[in-house]
Write a protein that binds this ligand. Structure first.
Ligand code: NAD
Ligand code: TYD
Length: 355
């Protein structure tokens, strides 16, 4: 038995691979093209482990994916690979269309051909688990109920639109070809190995470097934060017992405004790594121009996952954010390595002189 994971050198994918190999002996084939967001160093703990087979390649490479499927005969594909940063999708949507839509389509085509020729028992046991986002549902007003699995799709950014398109393709492959698919729509993740372009690691990184902490607009946008290890646990439950063709919302029940998140990070850093001048990191907060089309609020109703599969997040925001800050403080080399020249150039372009 083997899993094929796509995008397993990224933030969530690498956490999934590490957790998986810590808990089972089932091997993982990890297909990742190593964009700026993919990092072999995330997987250093399983370097040389025969259960982890890393393959440098593109999900859109039909011949390569077909060869990997034929060679390793996985019982499931977990599809994490994507362009994942909203701000980058605003500056340049093309890569999002290519990877998230065209790449997912080509991957599905290869998986469909593979699945079609499996013996019946293997066909029935096979799963394609597509990892998606709550951003496909658009934006909530402050009094609206949280997103459920039947919320209307209303993606607002090029990123969200490309993920919505991939969700629709996955659904169509179930409906038309009978591919045994599952889709997860998850809220904002945080934790170790997150590239410091996303809010939480960016704020930690900028704070320690003495740089401005950029808060978009009024900072009162709301996100529902989920510790990455809890997301990985939800995916394992879905793989084990999720109903074929279903989608499951995954969320942390932790709605926070961005300003609350940034202030919490400042308070934790004040405690764990105080500034030399004794002042609070909060003095580095800088309100900057808002993101175009910025979604105001996301919130997830994860009741279906809890009722059907007994999943609940283990971390509260308070415990998860403390663990996360400690991890970044303990891993300055990782941060240094991923914030390469290309990253610095992006920060300069996106945030301007304030960065
Ligand atoms: P990430 O950007 O950290 O990692 C993406 C990984 O995919 C990288 O390793 C990258 O090299 C790889 N990749 C990109 N294009 C590829 C291609 N064409 N072929 C092979 N590999 C490719 O993203 P993440 O935060 O780990 O997100 C993983 C998945 O979870 C994505 O599908 C994302 O949409 C979804 N998601 C993320 C969040 C979040 O908060 N991070 C929330 C909900 C859903
Ligand atoms: P982000 O981590 O990019 O995730 P997403 O856009 O997928 O929700 O951003 C989280 C929130 O933080 C979002 O409302 C945008 C905001 N934000 C800032 O205020 N400043 C920043 O520098 C970044 C990167 C994000």
């Amino acid at each position: 038995m083997t899993l094929l994971v796509t995008g397993g050198a990224g933030f969530i994918g690498s956490n999934f691979v590490l957790d998986w190999l810590a808990g089972t002996d089932e091997p993982v084939v990890n297909l990742d093209v190593l964009t700026y967001a993919g990092n072999r160093q995330n997987l250093a703990a399983v370097d040389g482990d025969a259960r982890h087979i890393f393959v440098h390649g593109d999900i859109g490479d039909f011949a390569l994916v077909s060869k990997l499927l034929a060679e390793h005969q996985p019982r499931a594909v977990l599809h994490f690979a994507a362009e994942s940063h909203v701000d980058r999708s605003i500056h340049g949507p093309e890569d999002f269309i290519q990877t998230n839509i065209v790449g997912t389509f080509r991957l599905l085509e290869a998986v469909r051909a593979y699945h079609g020729q499996l013996p019946e028992t293997a066909q029935n046991a096979f799963r394609f688990l597509h990892v998606s986002t709550d951003e496909v549902y658009g934006s909530l007003g402050s009094d609206d109920p949280a997103f459920s699995e039947s919320s209307r799709y209303a993606p607002n950014s090029p990123y969200a639109a490309s993920k919505a398109a991939s969700d629709h393709l996955v659904r169509a492959y179930r409906h038309t070809y009978g591919l045994p698919v599952l889709t997860s729509n998850c809220s904002n993740n945080y934790g170790p190995y997150q590239f410091p372009e996303k809010l939480i690691p960016l704020v930690i990184h900028h704070a320690l470097a003495g740089r401005a902490l950029p808060v978009y607009g009024d900072g009162l946008q709301v996100r529902d934060w989920l510790y990455v290890g809890d997301h990985c646990a939800a995916l394992r439950r879905m793989l084990d017992a999720g109903r074929i063709g279903e989608t499951y919302n995954v969320g942390g029940c932790n709605e926070k405004t961005n300003l609350e998140v940034v202030r919490t990070l400042c308070t934790l850093l004040d405690e764990l790594r105080p500034r030399a001048d004794g002042q609070s990191y909060a003095m580095q907060i800088d309100f900057v121009a808002d993101r175009p089309g910025h979604d105001r609020r996301y919130a997830i109703d994860a009741g279906k996952l809890e009722r059907e599969l007994g999943w609940r997040p283990a971390e509260s925001f308070e415990t998860g954010i403390r663990r996360t800050v400690r991890w970044y403080l303990d891993h300055p080399d990782w941060v240094e390595q991923v914030t390469s020249g290309a990253y610095r150039e992006w920060v300069g372009r996106h945030y301007g002189a304030a960065a």
